[in-house]
Design a protein around this ligand. Structure first.
Ligand SMILES: NC(=O)c1ccc[n+]([C@@H]2O[C@H](COP(=O)([O-])OP(=O)(O)OC[C@H]3O[C@@H](n4cnc5c(N)ncnc54)[C@H](OP(=O)(O)O)[C@@H]3O)[C@@H](O)[C@H]2O)c1
Length: 288
């Protein structure tokens, strides 16, 4: 299939370009090629590339920055997604939109959220992504919304990479232990997206690695992998580490729709983190 991948320079976009290239004809675009907040640039992009399907990875992903740059964040996650959805409809192309666990309020308890639960974001980034979801749901053509969480992989910045660096710089680290979610390797999510696009399934999906943990658990996993005593990491509460955007306490994404569509099981998060840290430790990551 002829697929346009937006945000191709981002963490997930790069993984999609790597993992799906052998199966599909991919065209990657990032902000230098088309600013998706500009209606005419989106139209020109579609005229130029004529995709049969679009995997829309481009986004404003600075969760804290979205609180102080509300208009800019909404333009990228809400308005640009609306433009992409409208242009897909205009040429009968399908759309896969990547969304987030932060569309939920996190007060639902440890079992987490299923695909059809009500959106109720508690920070502005979550609100902008929820607007993007609404734009996609109003399409007349085929669409998929794939919510993911706690993404890491070969990219500029991510949590496991930051923890690995900090463990080399500081004797001890305090990490938040009262927020729970599902870490997700960008490569494993890219494989899910490849499956979904090929399957032509429609609707909302939750694409994460298997299992769940807290940021504290994830940090200790990284410490263990790089042979640092896990006691160097101590637990703290979110209130001890104030951020501009409030985070959901438990935004675990429970998956049913991927299983119903026949998607293979996703690897456990511990295996996925191990794979990524090995890439860093052996100097094989593109972004060290
Ligand atoms: N990272 C996470 O933990 C996480 C968690 C849940 C969901 N998600 C979702 O997963 C998707 C991929 O995330 P990611 O971490 O791979 O993001 P990322 O690394 O920040 O990549 C996003 C890409 O979109 C580009 N972009 C931004 N504004 C644009 C515009 N106006 N026009 C065209 N391109 C633009 C960015 O370019 P610049 O870098 O030049 O701005 C960047 O290359 C996003 O939809 C995100 O909301 C991420």
């Amino acid at each position: 299939m002829k697929i346009l991948v937006t945000g191709c320079e981002g963490m997930l976009g790069q993984a999609v370009m790597r993992r799906l290239a052998s199966v599909h004809e991919l065209t990657g675009v990032d902000v230098a090629g088309a600013d998706l907040t500009q209606a005419q640039q989106v139209k020109d992009l579609f005229d130029r590339t004529k995709p049969e399907w679009v995997i829309h990875c481009a986004a404003w992903t600075d969760v804290d920055g979205a609180e102080s740059h509300r208009e800019a964040a909404m333009a990228v996650n809400g308005l640009a997604t609306e433009y992409v959805a409208q242009n897909c409809d205009a040429i009968a192309a399908g759309l896969t939109y990547i969304s987030t666990d932060y569309v939920f309020n996190g007060r639902g308890g440890a079992q987490g959220y299923t695909e059809n639960e009500k959106r109720d974001p508690i920070n502005y980034y979550g609100l902008t992504k929820a607007r993007g979801e609404e734009a996609v749901e109003s399409m007349s053509g085929p669409w998929q919304i794939v919510r993911t969480s706690w993404l890491f992989g070969d990219g500029k910045v991510n949590f496991p990479k930051t923890i690995r660096r900090l463990l080399g710089e500081k004797p001890t680290l305090k990490v938040v232990a009262d927020q729970r979610g599902c870490p997700t390797h960008a490569d494993d999510l890219a494989d899910v997206l490849g499956f979904l696009v090929s399957s032509g399934s429609r609707g909302i999906f939750h694409g994460t690695n298997a299992g769940q943990c807290t940021w504290f658990d994830l940090a200790r996993e990284v410490a263990g992998l790089i042979k640092v005593d896990v006691q160097h990491i101590t637990a703290c509460s979110g209130s001890e580490y104030p951020t501009a955007a409030v985070r959901p306490a438990c935004s675990v994404l429970e998956s049913h729709h991927l299983e119903e569509a026949g998607c293979p099981d996703r690897p456990l998060w511990q295996e996925a983190v191990g794979r990524y840290i090995r890439l860093l430790e052996t100097g094989q990551a593109r972004h060290l």
